[in-house]
Ligand binder design. Structure first.
Ligand SMILES: C[S@@+](CC[C@H](N)C(=O)[O-])C[C@H]1O[C@@H](n2cnc3c(N)ncnc32)[C@H](O)[C@@H]1O
Ligand code: SF4
Length: 415
């Protein structure tokens, strides 16, 4: 029984204290290990949600990979004894509960002091899994994109009853153990097709014993999804966000969500706004110190949003990667005037508690995968070329070098 296991918390407590200090001091080379992490053990998924790239043609023939035992064992020695929490999922396109190795890995993880969390579509729970996750007092985030059956099933497929049934079963199991800290959360991705149901999602959460709503915007991955982005439906979005927040405060549900969009008054403009006019230097991000993201292939990345591979646990120890040149460069630059790559335009900067600090909203960041520009007059070929060049310049080191070189020349000759 999980309750009978004697769990050693000493390594975790010592690491947490050290890591807080090193994060505060923004050290470049760390003695401590991350306190939290995202972990993917498979890239397989049993759903094909309309807003998710996994159903797109480019993912259709992807090879299904599960994390090999040798990588898992490395995590057991290098990371798990030191960590406070691990989130299964959210850092790749996949449903972690679909992994054949899920039960084995969860049982082994339960021997450590850390608190497991999940980001899940929620339909692969069994009675046995429900008992296990409640015994370990996990945090379970159900991805819900509709309060009504119609909207939910239009987006996520015909699993509404199964998912709601599982949430009810988890709630009943939790009630059997007074004082149990299992936490139920709704993770909601908002876009045009579901924003009107956001206040209803608060009611559904209250009815099901869900204590928190974590709401984030759709990041369209394909030009076809452009007008689902709430960048184009600001007033409606603001209205529904404020209704949902008000309902949450009435029902005692915690609401974590993005800031409302600014809707500036109509003015006479003579020039087109530039991307940088949309861009405000964001808050400090602490992920490169306190968090890590590891995928099913053993690749280590700084966060769930940045696909920059810092190293691979198949080949290197975790500490070898954690203080390598790439990590040191990231720590030096991420909170400077010139962050590297995707950090430059990321508004999902994370605070100490691991929540996105979406205190301001930035069109450029929400639309960065497809670009801000609506100018379709270039035609498909022209547009893809434009996105390819733009992505290269913005997201790669080579691109950053070219931009620096060009701006140096411009500065040199404009003096
Ligand atoms: C990619 S899924 C993986 C975990 C699990 N399969 C699930 O659905 O919860 C993690 C979260 O990302 C959200 N998501 C998927 N595509 C997205 C997109 N284009 N923009 C923003 N969020 C997205 C999903 O709704 C889900 O809440
Ligand atoms: S369940 Fe998650 S990973 Fe699977 S298609 Fe839906 S959003 Fe994507």
């Amino acid at each position: 029984m999980l309750q009978d296991l004697k769990i050693d918390r000493s390594l975790m407590e010592a690491n947490s204290a050290r890591n807080r200090l090193e994060t505060e001091e923004q050290r470049i080379r760390l003695e401590s290990r991350p306190r939290h992490g995202w972990l993917a053990i498979t890239n397989e998924c049993n759903h094909r949600c309309v807003h998710c790239s996994i159903g797109h043609v480019e993912y259709r023939n992807q090879k299904i990979v599960e994390m090999p035992m040798r990588v898992w064992e490395r995590l057991e020695t290098d990371l798990f004894p030191y960590m406070e929490s691990v989130i299964f999922g959210g850092n790749n396109l996949g449903e972690q509960m679909a992994a054949a190795c899920w039960d084995t890995y969860f049982d082994r993880l339960s021997r450590f002091a850390l608190r497991p969390e999940f980001i899940t579509n929620g339909d692969l729970f069994t009675e046995e899994r429900i008992e296990k996750v409640v015994a370990k007092e996990c945090v379970i985030r159900f991805s819900i994109e509709g309060a009504t059956r119609e909207t939910y099933e239009k987006i996520r497929g015909k699993r509404y009853d199964v998912v709601l049934g599982n949430i009810r079963k988890l709630q009943q199991e939790r009630e059997k153990h007074p004082g149990n800290r299992t936490t139920l959360v709704f993770g909601v991705t908002i876009f045009r097709d579901n924003i009107e149901e956001l206040p209803l999602m608060v009611d559904l959460a209250a009815e099901l014993g869900v204590e928190r709503l974590e709401v984030h915007h759709l990041h369209p991955s394909y030009p076809e999804h452009r007008y689902q982005s709430l960048v184009y439906h600001r007033t409606l979005c603001n209205q529904k966000l404020s209704e949902a927040k008000e309902r949450a405060s009435r029902t005692g549900i915690r609401f974590l969500g993005p800031a409302e969009f600014p809707v500036p008054p109509m003015v006479r403009v003579s020039t087109k706004p530039k991307p940088k006019d949309n861009y405000a230097m964001p808050d400090r991000c602490i992920l490169a110190w306190s968090w890590v993201s590891i995928n099913e292939s053993g690749e280590v990345m700084p966060c769930c949003a940045m696909p920059l591979v810092m190293g691979n646990l198949n080949k290197q120890s975790f500490m070898g990667i954690w203080n390598n040149l790439r990590y040191r460069h990231l720590r030096k630059t991420v909170n400077s005037e010139r962050p590297v790559g995707i950090c430059q335009h990321c508004h999902d900067r994370f605070d100490e508690a691991g929540f996105e600090q979406s205190s301001r909203i930035d069109d450029f960041s929400l639309l960065q995968k497809i670009g801000l520009d609506d100018d379709m007059s270039m035609g498909k070929l022209g547009l893809s070329f434009k996105y390819a060049v733009r992505n290269y310049l913005r997201r790669t080191r080579g691109g950053a070098r070219i931009v620096r070189f060009l701006s140096l020349i411009v500065r040199r000759f404009s003096l």
